[in-house]
Design a protein. Sequence first.
Length: 409
Amino acid sequence: MIKLITNHRRWRLAASILSLSLLTVMAGAAVAPALNLIQEHFRDTDPIYVQMIISMPAVFIALTNLFLFKPLSRRLRARTMLLIGLGFYVVFGCLAGAFGDIRLILICRGLVGVGVGILMPLSTGLISFYFTKDKQAELMGYASAMNMLGGVVATLIAGGLAMVSWRFSFLVYLLGLISVVLCLFWMPNERIYDSGKDVKEKGVFRRYLIFVVAMFLLMVTFFIYPADFAMETAKQGIIPQRFIAVIMAAMDVFGFFGGLASAPLRKGLGRNAKFSAPVFFLAGYLCLRFAGGWAGVLAGSFMVGFANGVGVPYIMTAASMQAGKSAATTVMPMLSVSLYTAQFVTPFIISAVKALTLCLGLGDSSYTVAVITAVLLFACCFAIREPETKGDKADSEKCTTGAEMARTS
């Protein structure tokens, strides 16, 4: 009976943490289906401001992780931080639709980024804080799958709301209330800063640099797809415009399956699992670049989505296992900064590298850029050390007792 209760509490804790992964990907892209309607409403405004509605959260996520997250974690407990982040997410996410001034909308979007900047490291770091090493790979895979699923769900809901009004599309951020309820009832309120193993501040960045670089390369490689897929496919002129959004949504679905498959791949391939993501990226973008047509586009899109679903949890798991219980306050903020910085700078990287490849006679396809970054990611993976997956006794006790601490104030 005690074991049954413990497992039930552990499930509730996992559900609370995983619910956060549904939200983080929605930070910028959730209202993308309404962007053309917003552009029409603000037709007298510089289009760059409308585009910043999507990119603004990423900037503030990175800034929050660089300058705000660690001071907050020193002073506040985990559940308190989560509720603050969720408050920013829900309130300012929805409030943006109430304004008719583009500047006020952008301020709200920046504050949404602050909320996600608090949530993102906790959504993955709390897995390493509460669960044993042998469970972390599976849960990181689930987190990645939930992340991709959140993108699909948010896009569909926002698209439906936008058919009523572009203002209503911002109500998609009410999904954050699900996490608010789960965290209020099931999330322990423990201090996570400097808990367990003492981590020296000096040299932390150097210790985790390889994971930061790997995450950056992986995200640049992936974001080339949503950034340029529609334009590249339209350039081919084979696939009708009405199917492009469907294919992109299907790519997210395969990312969901990639997240679910990450733990089995890790067990089956062992140390070679770290090469799964760059190999799938390479195969996917080569299909998109050279095969073309329906077969090449579908196969390439599905492999790119699967690669992202596999790659993110691998890097998160490897980094968090190395950091231990301190992952939420050490390596996870750095990975979050790397992830969202990559999202922000990818368009600039595409432009610069395309200009170079055009000069070299390699064409101006963004898929060529993706092949290059995938090769760099493959090379980077050689430097990643495969962590041990067997939880020790202390980890096992941490998992059991940590899940029971929902009563902690």
